[in-house]
Structure formats: structure tokens, C-alpha cells
Design a protein around this ligand. Structure first.
Ligand code: NDP
Length: 447
């Protein structure tokens, strides 16, 4: 079987040379899906995985805008429309200097499986720009977002492709993007999700990815008759996903001892509480400051510059910052220090080698395509509310989110349970996500 995986990957590599992140994401999926496909006649020989690994459409465009100093700036914008077999393309926009075709193709590929797992009718896509929002004024952010949408609007729509936020794209950016789309199309539709509550947004959408990752973790512990009460938790990042993962952990009485950003991490031996988290929310979302400022206000905490938190003792680790932020050595440290669960809040934060170390040590390991699907699932709920011209309450959306996360967990267990009872959540998520898309691909013929 290793030979078959290699042969498949050789072909993908030939078509996508140098796209390191994309090849990593496809390899991770191929290792479980190639054996599954060859055992199931209805899928074998139809090149379904090869078709899913080829974007249906890849749009790249120039974005010109003028900064506060009057200088013309040029960035590159993208939208990867990966697969629409089970619904319109759906996936976030990322604004970060590391954005390129490979990163967005990896994210769009993952999104196809993730969206399928949510049980909602959404295909997979992703987009963004190499624009760096750090240090930009609100006016510059607005001008960039408007310039970006003057091209993107041609390619998206409520029945075609519905973008949302991701790294560097939060409520402020979605507002500016929506404003320009509405002006250009002269229609008020649910073309973007993550909108403000007073103009079509859903309750719980900002919280959904972080909350969802914690709900998924609760389900993993429930299988072992345990709760998150008093569990020691490491979280990386201090953005949207990290903040709300921390909030839900605190509500469930777990002890969150770290948060980070790209400059380093803080360790608070007493654990975060609601007040400390409110400080981080204001620091990151309003003041747009650095996490190191935490130790000035809470001096019993320590700031570790240029480091990630994985060498600290913990029960659970939530990598919630970015791809490949938890490597093989970090995984070894976590195992050595007694970590029993790693839940990916970010997309592909753990390298393939790190995942191998964790699974070998029988650590509960939740891949992002399952555990961080709560965000896109709630975006799906936002789309439904927009289409119905109706609004569900906070409680109603939260209940639906919890139900979706439980259902994703159940699907992973169904396809991922191994002899001896260990659940391989990677295998479970890949197969459960694949089956629904593959059935639709077959039903629709070669298109
Ligand atoms: P944000 O922009 O809100 O936050 C990103 C956080 O990660 C920041 O704290 C940032 O620090 C940190 N970070 C970024 N790059 C690095 C790096 N190279 N090293 C260390 N830290 C870094 O993004 P989100 O919280 O929305 O997204 C985080 C992850 O979750 C991404 O992988 C995203 O794809 C994934 N995700 C997000 C969803 C959502 O609903 N938002 C849904 C599903 C997945 P700094 O401020 O210093 O840059």
C-alpha cells in the first residue's frame, strides 16, 4: 500500500512542484484514503481523490491601493475554488505576508473535507492576500479591503462562493469587504459570513471555532468518562480561535496557563480567568498590541520571547495559531510532560511527524478538519438564517453548534476506531469527509 500512496503522491507532486504546504495536506489525506479507496470498489479506479486535489478554479489578481503616505502599494489576491460537489464554495480569506498559492491550496483542500464533515451543504474554497494588516491604519485596511473586493466580487455570490474570515480577517475587514460588494452588486445578500449582528451576522459566529474545538475535546474525554474540569491547558495564539477556545475552557473549569503570538508566549501559573481573558481580548482586538503586555499587568506571569508553549507541563494542548507550529520535537516534549490530548484549533498546526509521535504514544489527537469545523459550521448556520431572513437566538445557535460537533466526533469514531479501542481521528475525519464528497462526485459524472 505504501507503494500506491507513493505513486499517487508522485503524480500530485509532478503537477504541483514546490507547493510544500499543499503537498503536506494531500499526503496526510492520501495515507488514509488511498488504502480505503482501493478496498471499496465503488470508489476505486475513478480518480476521485485526484479530482478533489485539483482546484476547480484558481483565481489570482492584482490589488492596487494607496497608503496613508500617498504611495501606491501592490499586493496579490487569490481565491481557490477547490470543490463544489456538495454545495457552493465556502471558506475563509487570509491576509498575511506568508500567503501564497500553496498555502491557500492546502487550506482549500482541507476545507473540502471539513465542510463535508459538518453535515451542511458546503463545498470547499479559500482565498486571501499577501497583504500584511499589522501596523496599518483603519483607513489603509479599508482601502485595501475595498480594492480587493473590486476584483473578487466577480467570482463570488450567495449561491456560488461565500467567503468568511481567517488569519488577519476579522469583523472589521468583513465589514469593509461586504460594504464594497453591496455597492458593486447593488444587492444585500449573505455573500460573506462573519457579518456584524445588526447586518445579517449570526450569534456565536466569532466564538464558534474556539468553542467548537473545546466541544469536540469534551466529546473525546467523554468516551473515557472524563470532563475538562481541572485539566491543565496550553493554548497557542491569541487571535479569534485561541481567545474563544480559552473562554470555553475557563467556563468548563479547565486551567489555561499559556497564550501566545508570533513574538512569544506568556505562562501564567495561576491560570487565566474571565478578567485576564477580557484584558487579552481588548489588547489584541482593540489596541492591537502584543501578548508580552500581559506580564506588565499580571506580573506573576512570565513572557518567553520567540518561543512556543509546548515545553510546559499540561493535560491538553490546543495549537490555535498557524500551520506547522507544533513539530516532532514539540510533540515529544508534550508526551514526555504527560499531555494526553492535542486538539488542533488552527489548520494543520501539527507537522506529519508530530502527529505520528502523538498517535504512537496513544495521545488523543483531533485534526483541525474535524475539531475546528465549528467555525464554518456556524457560517453555514449564518447562511441559512440569511436565506430564511430570520435570526436564531444565541442559545439556539450554540445548541446547533454543540450538536454538529458531537456529530462530527461520532463520524470520526465510526470510521477511525482501531483494534484495542484507540480512535484514529485523522483516519476517521478523512474517510467520513471523503465519502459524502465522493458519492456526489460520482453522481454528477465527469465534469
Ligand atoms: P487571527 O488572525 O485572529 O489570530 C492568529 C493568531 O496566531 C495571532 O495570535 C497571531 O499572532 C498568531 N500567529 C500567526 N502566525 C504565527 C506564527 N507564524 N507564529 C506564531 N504565531 C502566529 O486568526 P484566527 O484565530 O482566525 O486563525 C488561527 C488559525 O485557525 C488559522 O490556522 C486559521 O486558518 C484557523 N481557523 C480559523 C477559523 C476562524 O473561524 N477564524 C476557522 C477554522 C480554522 P500575531 O498577532 O503576532 O500575528
Amino acid at each position: 500500500m505504501e507503494q500506491e500512496v507513493k505513486a499517487f503522491m508522485d503524480q500530485v507532486e509532478k503537477r504541483n512542484p514546490h507547493e510544500v504546504e499543499f503537498l503536506q495536506a494531500v499526503q496526510e489525506v492520501a495515507e488514509t484514503l488511498v488504502p480505503f479507496i482501493s478496498k471499496h470498489k465503488i470508489y476505486a479506479g475513478k480518480k476521485i481523490l485526484s479530482r478533489i486535489a485539483e482546484p476547480e478554479r484558481l483565481i489570482s489578481f492584482r490589488v492596487c491601493w494607496v497608503d496613508d503616505a500617498g504611495e501606491t502599494q501592490i499586493n496579490r489576491g487569490y481565491r481557490v475554488q477547490m470543490n463544489s460537489a456538495i454545495g457552493p464554495y465556502k471558506g475563509g480569506l487570509r491576509f498575511h505576508p506568508t500567503v501564497n498559492q500553496s498555502v491557500l491550496k492546502f487550506l482549500a483542500f482541507e476545507q473540502v473535507f471539513k465542510n463535508s464533515l459538518t453535515t451542511l451543504p458546503m463545498g470547499g474554497g479559500k482565498g486571501g492576500s499577501d497583504f500584511d494588516p499589522k501596523g496599518k491604519s483603519d483607513d489603509e485596511i479599508m482601502r485595501f479591503c475595498h480594492a480587493f473586493m473590486t476584483e473578487l466580487f466577480r467570482h463570488i455570490g450567495p449561491y456560488t462562493d461565500i467567503p468568511a474570515g481567517d488569519i488577519g480577517v476579522g469583523a472589521r475587514e468583513i465589514g469593509f469587504l461586504f460594504g464594497m460588494y453591496k455597492k458593486l452588486r447593488n444587492e444585500f445578500t449573505g455573500v460573506l459570513t462573519g457579518k456584524g449582528l445588526s447586518w445579517g451576522g449570526s450569534q456565536i459566529r466569532p466564538e464558534a471555532t474556539g468553542y467548537g474545538a473545546v466541544y469536540f475535546t469534551e466529546s473525546m474525554f467523554k468516551v473515557k468518562d472524563q470532563t475538562l474540569d481541572e485539566k491543565v491547558v496550553l493554548i497557542s495564539g491569541s487571535g479569534n480561535v485561541a481567545i474563544y477556545a480559552a473562554e470555553k475552557c475557563i467556563q468548563l473549569k479547565a486551567k489555561v496557563v499559556t497564550m501566545s503570538d508570533s513574538s512569544g508566549y506568556i505562562y501564567d501559573k495561576d491560570g487565566l480567568d474571565t478578567e485576564k481573558l477580557a484584558f487579552i481580548k481588548e489588547l489584541k482586538n482593540i489596541k492591537r498590541g502584543r501578548i508580552s503586555a500581559y506580564v506588565k499587568v499580571y506580573p506573576s506571569a512570565v513572557f518567553h520571547p520567540e518561543k512556543s508553549p509546548w515545553s510546559e507541563q499540561c493535560d491538553i494542548a490546543f495549537p490555535c495559531a498557524t500551520q506547522n507550529e507544533l513539530l516532532e520535537e514539540d510533540a515529544r516534549e508534550l508526551v514526555k510532560n504527560g499531555c494526553v490530548c492535542v486538539t488542533e484549533g488552527a489548520n494543520m498546526p501539527c507537522s506529519i511527524e508530530a502527529v505520528e509521535v502523538l498517535q504512537k504514544a496513544k495521545v488523543l489527537f483531533a485534526p483541525g478538519k474535524a475539531s475546528n469545523a465549528g467555525g464554518v459550521a456556524t457560517s453555514g448556520l449564518e447562511m441559512t438564517q440569511n436565506a430564511l431572513r430570520y435570526k436564531w437566538t444565541r442559545l439556539e445557535v450554540d445548541e446547533k453548534l454543540q450538536e454538529i460537533m458531537r456529530s462530527i466526533h461520532a463520524s470520526c469514531v465510526e470510521y477511525g476506531k482501531e483494534d484495542g479501542g484507540y480512535v484514529n481521528y485523522v483516519k476517521g475525519a478523512n474517510i467520513a469527509g471523503f465519502v459524502k464528497v465522493a458519492d456526489a462526485v460520482i453522481a454528477q459524472g465527469v465534469v
